[in-house]
Design a protein around this ligand. Structure first.
Ligand code: ZN
Length: 242
């Protein structure tokens, strides 16, 4: 039996923690990666809240393909297997650093988005909410989305640099991690804090930690299983739990 299959088989409350390596399986570029948006555009300016307030067109121009072209990407095998393992009662929650909504599209119901999501947008001035489709319509016309009530600039509910994580998300993720008997880290290098602190909660509370990531992570020493090929591991999972 594949080592990962065995671990999942033995566990009853699995929490999955996902990062950019899961999105890249769906063809979404890792914006922190070698050829990512961050490297091309000099650092973190696209997702910087001070920059956004100074010139929102910078985000809406450079982030457009990444954030408002998501419908061209389909959930991967990893996304669909996470949803299926939740339906089977194995997975209690998905905690994700990703902002592409692919876990929900794959059918996962309990998803904690540590860095928010573009599913909703909010007016910077009056707080009026708008949904993704509303924003897409305006962004693809080359416009900065403006509030219909007050003409304020509308921003996606993604956590930008300089902003707090969404209310309660980190606490909820830690509580789920504390109750898990297996924390499964998928496609995250675990370097972006505070999100990267969540998986360590599980081994601290007596559960197991397994990490599947291309490259080392700072938590490898706490893991009972480290693998590097997500696709291969989840093909084994898909076969075993079919
Ligand atoms: Zn407004």
């Amino acid at each position: 039996m594949h080592e990962l299959v065995q671990l999942i088989d033995e566990s009853r409350r699995v929490v999955v923690f996902t990062g950019a390596g899961v999105s890249t399986l769906s063809g979404i570029p890792d914006f922190r990666g070698e050829n990512g948006l961050y490297k091309q555009l000099d650092g973190n300016l696209v997702f910087d809240v001070a920059m956004f307030d100074q010139d929102p067109s910078f985000f809406y121009t450079h982030g457009r393909d990444l954030i408002y072209g998501l419908e061209g990407h389909e959930p991967s095998l990893v996304h669909t297997e996470c949803a299926r393992l939740e339906a089977l009662g194995k997975v209690t929650a998905v905690v994700t650093q990703n902002i592409d909504m692919l876990h929900q599209r794959a059918g996962s119901e309990m998803v904690i988005e540590l860095h928010g999501s573009p599913a909703m947008h909010t007016c910077r001035d009056c707080g009026r909410p708008y949904d993704y489709a509303w924003a897409c319509q305006r962004v693809w016309k080359g416009k900065v989305p403006l509030c219909e009530s007050c003409d304020g600039v509308v921003k996606p509910d993604i956590t930008f640099f300089g902003e707090m994580l969404p209310d309660g998300a980190f606490e909820q993720a830690c509580a789920l991690a504390a109750e898990a008997d297996l924390m499964l880290v998928l496609g995250s290098s675990l370097v972006v804090h505070p999100a990267a602190g969540v998986p360590l909660v599980t081994p601290r509370c007596g559960g197991k930690l397994a990490i599947i990531n291309k490259g080392e992570t700072p938590l490898d020493q706490h893991a009972i299983l480290c693998l590097d090929d997500l696709q291969e591991a989840f093909e084994a999972v898909a076969t075993a739990f079919s």
